[in-house]
Design a protein around this ligand. Structure first.
Ligand code: THU
Length: 130
């Protein structure tokens, strides 16, 4: 199976795991660790809305917790009309753990598929404390 199709399958399965009692908006993501393993993620909301974790960050953080330190590709999906767009916080987290030219796949559940890159979704990312 092509990597993109496998990522879409994992991310789509994550839609059912989303914890969304406030927005009822389910998001699924899948991130490929440097080891080649794929990590799924869903959005997890909170009564204190700012504590919500997006699907992209859940996938990345699950990989980090499993021992990954770097990722090579990420796919996100949702029940949107067009390809879903990651939020600004997720773009910054993606920039931390992916190369600038790593592929980011923005999809929906109706067949939309846009391939972009980390650099394209967050130009001028803050990456260096020095
Ligand atoms: N959300 C994601 O999980 N990823 C995105 O790319 C956009 C937004 C979630 C956060 C919240 O649970 C809900 O979607 C509405 O913002």
């Amino acid at each position: 199976m092509a990597e993109q199709q496998e990522l879409l399958t994992v991310a789509t399965a994550m839609l059912d795991k989303a914890y969304t009692p406030y927005s009822h908006f389910h998001v699924g993501a899948a991130a490929v660790g440097a080891s080649g393993k794929i990590y799924g993620g869903c959005n997890i909301e909170n009564a204190s809305f700012g504590a919500t974790n997006c699907a992209e960050r859940t996938a990345i953080f699950s990989g980090i917790a499993a021992g990954e330190t770097h990722f090579t590709a990420l796919l996100v999906t949702g029940n949107t009309d067009g390809p879903i767009a990651p939020c600004g916080i997720c773009r910054q987290v993606i920039a931390e753990f992916f190369d600038a030219d790593a592929p980011i796949y923005l999809t929906n559940q109706k067949g939309a598929f846009t391939a972009t890159t980390v650099a394209a979704i967050l130009p001028g990312a803050f990456t260096d404390l020095n």
